[in-house]
Design a protein around this ligand. Sequence first.
Ligand code: SF4
Ligand code: SF4
Length: 198
Amino acid sequence: MALSDGSAEIIRPDFAFLRTVERRSGQPVRSCFRCLKCTAGCPLAVEMDYPPDRMIRMVQLGLKEKLLRSRGIWLCTSCVACSDRCPNGIDVAAVVDCLRQMSLAGGYAAGEPQVAAFHLSFLDVVRRFGRLHEASLIGLLKLRTRDWLGDLGAGLGLLVRGKIPLLPRRVRGGEQVEKLFRSVPRRNPEPSDKGGTG
Ligand code: SF4
Ligand code: SF4
């Protein structure tokens, strides 16, 4: 592939990647014919390095490493506009979620580390309490990002107004929630990229 500076980049396609993504996401990725309806409806497409139609194409072409290191998989908000619009019934949002999990499980450096840190912290809190607890989420996020002072003013304002309860409450049936999480990777999106097998 030619890069903007005129140099060439060697891409090593991983053709087993398509089968793995189809199996894990349960989506018929190979039936995509690139109508671009998903990207036309995606509110984040302009911010992404690879918009949803391109992500799907990259899965088809086995461009695993590029995709699992990309920013787009972390910028996706799971709004499912793409899934709703796909004429082939591909749940594109589910594919993107699958790619995020594969990126974490494979130890790839997240293209958007802050978003990945939020993603992991959110899931950790829900796994622990069966529901969101904002104070725990903020604490875990701060530990992961080491951004101790960011948004401090806003956070204190919410605390003072009683919008952030200090003590968490667990839901009943928390063990069932825990069971749902057993296959979810908990790896931190480290800056050191091990580039694993996913
Ligand atoms: S809407 Fe569906 S068929 Fe069209 S490009 Fe997106 S994934 Fe492919
Ligand atoms: S689910 Fe993600 S990829 Fe799909 S439209 Fe929403 S933001 Fe875009």
